[in-house]
Design a protein around this ligand. Structure first.
Ligand SMILES: [Zn+2]
Length: 325
């Protein structure tokens, strides 16, 4: 249930919406704001469901009935979703929306909703038309939900007409749990939830050749860096490097996973099973100057984008780590 997820990950959002639902006092317009990856769109649809579901549970949507399902699929006659995620929202779309909302509701609940996803990506003309509409929404039963990643990019005049509902950034643990539930492998879930904080991006990244290759390289690196780092270097240069388009991406991802590994060594976090957890434990017992290794990896990552010769950069990194040990 989405409700459980919101209660767990966005308690303030839940509390605010719950207050509105229980008191039946709603703002004309809500502004859902929070970093990319937070469940703003899902929550917007869920909120709409909760206002019209005929089988409510404690005032909230059952998330199962025909009405709930149609809203979820954006297939509800009195719901309009304007999507600014891929292309900007134009003035014509806002005018069409106003036109449709001036008519009687089609569904029997009588309530009408519109959601502007990534509203910061609307043109100035669209926002000016919207402003008028927010002032005179044609009747009391129109509910607006604007969704933005960052409030700074929206006109203050629009912001002042909305009730702001802030979504807090998700912790990596939330993404980890979600990925595990989705059936992702434990180690991939752990690494990717720390690297990319977005469940869809985690899945996409997991399937890339760059990630898979980087992971193999990290396993080799952490088992060999203090035993035979030169052997690792030879292997990396002969087996990994060679594809100009992918080398940099692989190396950057390699560094990111290594950084996660050595941070875990410092914090003695080794609850990971398999080679990752085993190596964290082993390296932690060695009392190396891990802070200096972290610095070397960070510097290498910083130089990576500007690096003309990647091989040279990797050799420098290896040489510096050798000096620390
Ligand atoms: Zn329902």
């Amino acid at each position: 249930m989405l409700r459980d997820k919101i209660i767990k990950t966005q308690p303030i959002v839940y509390k605010t919406l719950n207050n509105a639902i229980q008191s039946k006092k709603f703002a004309h317009a809500y502004l859902f704001t929070g970093p990319k990856g937070t469940p703003k769109k899902e929550a917007a649809l869920w909120f709409a469901q909760s206002l019209v579901c005929e089988h409510k549970v404690d005032g909230f949507a059952c998330e199962e009935c025909d009405t709930c399902r149609r809203i979820h699929e954006e297939n509800y006659a009195d719901l309009i979703v304007l999507d600014g995620t891929k292309s900007s929202i134009k003035k014509e779309s806002i005018l069409q929306l106003q036109e449709q909302f001036s008519k009687t509701a089609l569904e029997k609940s009588g309530k009408k909703f519109y959601i502007l996803d990534t509203a910061e990506n609307a043109t100035t003309e669209a926002l000016n038309s919207l402003l008028k509409f927010l002032e005179e929404p044609n009747g009391q039963d129109t509910q607006a939900i604007l969704i933005v990643d960052s409030i700074d990019r929206l006109l203050p005049t629009i912001i002042s007409r909305c009730q702001i509902i802030p979504f807090k950034p998700l912790k990596s643990e939330n993404y980890y749990d979600e990925a595990i539930q989705d059936g992702m492998d434990i180690l991939d879930s752990y690494i990717l939830s720390n690297l990319v904080k977005d469940i869809d991006l985690m899945k996409q990244t997991q399937e890339t050749e760059e990630y898979q290759t980087a992971l193999v390289a990290v396993e080799r690196f952490v088992t060999q860096f203090d035993r035979d780092i030169d052997r690792f270097l030879v292997w990396f240069e002969t087996e990994i490097l060679g594809n100009k388009d992918k080398d940099k991406e692989i190396y950057k991802m390699f560094l990111d996973i290594c950084l996660l590994f050595f941070r875990d060594v410092v914090s003695l976090k080794s609850e990971q099973s398999g080679w990752f957890g085993k190596e964290v434990k082993r390296v932690a017992e060695k009392k190396y100057a891990i802070d200096r290794i972290l610095l070397i990896l960070l510097e290498s990552k910083d130089k990576c984008n500007r690096a003309y010769n990647l091989q040279l950069l990797i050799e420098q990194m290896i040489y510096q780590i050798k000096e620390v040990l």
